[in-house]
Design a protein around this ligand. Structure first.
Ligand code: DER
Length: 242
């Protein structure tokens, strides 16, 4: 199966297995989450799922959901959700994640933290032994003095000497660099991508230190948030729980 077919399998399975009528659903961002949104729209159009209301995690997910007629709301209306479904850039053995490849990490984390269940959907290429080298860790920062913030981040004890922070350029709505201006998130912020040569030894410490850094809005380490990961691989689909 192609990677797209694997993404479709897990996106569809997440809706089929974890969403029932009447639920409040968080909709993730990225190419895998887009399949889950597609399936939700399909089952609602068929009348299989009713009374669903959803909170999107990005402008582009909002636009996709609107195009499918999925009723939308915000966390200002509902401060908790029944389930959130989203992709990931990396999944470690403890089901901690790196997210933010698509630049939506802040709204994703806000939505997924308040969901009773957070279902992660990945193809097997996202699995890793340890977070860090396989995918740069995105950090959302304020634009003000971003070079200063970059230096402060690189010097954090949990990261010192292990990472090179690169300001993300081009469109933040996809992983293609299509310009030489800084990428701007839906929230008007910039993104640093932290490139590691070796695995993060203490992801929770790195997460805490990043969050405590003045100028850092949030980061793409999703620690201890995962309810289950649905994985599609060449030998079929599996579900892992922490
Ligand atoms: O940017 C994000 O957080 C996305 O969810 C990303 O982690 C996964 O995107 P993909 O499904 O397109 O690989």
């Amino acid at each position: 199966a192609t990677q797209d077919e694997l993404k479709k399998q897990v996106g569809y399975k997440a809706i089929d297995d974890y969403v029932t009528s009447g639920m409040k659903v968080g909709l993730g961002t990225g190419s895998t989450a887009a399949f889950a949104v597609e399936r939700l729209g399909e089952l609602m159009a068929a009348g299989t799922l009713t009374d669903i209301i959803a909170v999107p995690t990005s402008v582009r997910t909002k636009e996709q959901a609107e195009s499918l007629g999925i009723p939308l709301t915000t966390l200002d209306e509902f401060s908790s959700l029944d389930v959130a479904i989203d992709g990931a850039d990396e999944v470690d053995p403890q089901l901690n994640l790196v997210k933010g490849g698509g630049g939506a990490l802040l709204r994703e984390k806000m939505v997924e933290i308040v969901a009773d269940k957070f279902i992660v959907i990945v193809d097997e290429s996202k699995l890793c032994d340890a977070l860090g080298p396989g995918f740069p860790i995105p950090v959302e920062i304020t634009p003000f003095c971003h070079e200063h913030t970059k230096r402060v981040v690189e010097a954090l004890p949990a990261l010192a000497g292990k990472c090179k922070a690169v300001l993300r350029l081009g469109s933040s709505t996809n992983n293609q660099v299509d310009g030489d201006e800084p990428a701007v998130t839906d929230n008007g912020n910039y993104i640093l991508d932290l490139n590691f040569d070796e695995p993060l030894t203490d992801a929770p410490a790195a997460a805490a230190q990043l969050k405590a850094t003045c100028g850092v809005v949030d980061h793409g380490l999703f620690i201890g948030m995962t309810t289950a990961v649905i994985i599609a691989g060449s030998d079929g689909i599996s579900v892992k729980e922490p």
